[in-house]
Design a protein around this ligand. Sequence first.
Ligand code: ATP
Length: 403
Amino acid sequence: MSLNLKEKMENSLSKDVLKALEDCSTAAGDYGFKIYLIGGVVRDLILGKEIFDIDITVQGNATDFCHKMADKKICKILQVQNDLKTSKAIFQNKVEIDFASTRQEFYPRRGHLPVVVRIGCTLEEDVYRRDFTINSLALSLNERNFGEIIDYVGGVEDLKNKKLKVLHDNSFNEDPTRIIRGLKFAARFNLHRDEHTKELQNYYLQNSLHDDISWSRVKSELKQTFSLNNARVFDMFIANDVYKLIYGNKPDIKGLEIKALVDKYSPENVWLTYLGCSLNDKKIIENFCFTRQEKKIFDDKQYLLEHDLSIINSNYDIYKFFEKRSIESIIIFYLLTRRKEALIYLEKLSQIKVMVNGDELKELGITDGKEIGKMLDKILKKKLSGSLINKADEIEYVKSKTK
Ligand code: ATP
């Protein structure tokens, strides 16, 4: 029996979104197009998750369809990509919808963006270029069967059984970034890979050399995936050998340990805190073209791992060792070495700050720049040993030293 989500849509989509979809539906009927909701939005509707992005696929030419709607003031076009025949449009100045033309693709280089071989193919042909069965569902927006799910690949059953399944045996070869996407979906929706997908993934990870992969796509998928701050993602990244895709290490760290530290110390780059626990390969780090701030995390991690901690025996030494290092790198260093000094720094010492400043020291009679630096350092040392609780204490201390 066919599945129809019309009622579910009425209950879970906002009035504005429903109105926009109905307008599209009427326009499609008037202009002779067949249109469908496609991919993540259909999956999320079935699962009853909140909808963020609305994607419509138009059997035929999506830009033609959008221009026709814009001419009749049904929407305003925000963007057009002419080579792919995709458009972004806004309805009632509120609801943004992405429109794509049905297309077939071919991957000339593994893991790079595909090349479009045909635009305006059938919906069924369009569906087969997708990553997983659960992302290959369409929902008709056409008057005859509005709300009906069109499932060429068994995606509804897989969603019900919590199965993550690729569409064909060459899927990971064509695009290995799907391995990382799989992690993301498995964690978000609590899915398990079906046996054959597991075999294909294992085979790929054990046998493939993929230096020619598009590292920027790998980076983008890793960023989305690890930004979920989901412990299971990291556990699967290690247990399912996905780390081999980035020539990473297999550390003895549990996802929950990383999550606990991320939640406690809120590093800016959550995803790099996870990734940095495995990624070590200098060449891959270079391939990722990190920003300066991102790269610093890996440089800091290297610095911490390469320097001798045995000479550290006071709070002041610990402070100086970690002071200039990023939070991400300190968390990674702790997880890789279990050195308790890293936690002492994060937990306690990093909060300790000297309150008097250079100008105030000048007023207290220290005028030479070098001497100011030395005095600030002395105050810090004293504070780290547990004295000088407040600013008045610091000033008293300075006075006692300059008498
Ligand atoms: P999310 O909720 O994370 O946005 P999504 O499924 O909408 O999930 P997108 O990355 O926006 O994810 O992709 C939209 C759709 O495009 C997917 O549902 C899938 O059908 C298809 N897709 C995206 N990336 C790939 C890929 N690498 N290979 C094949 N199909 C893909």
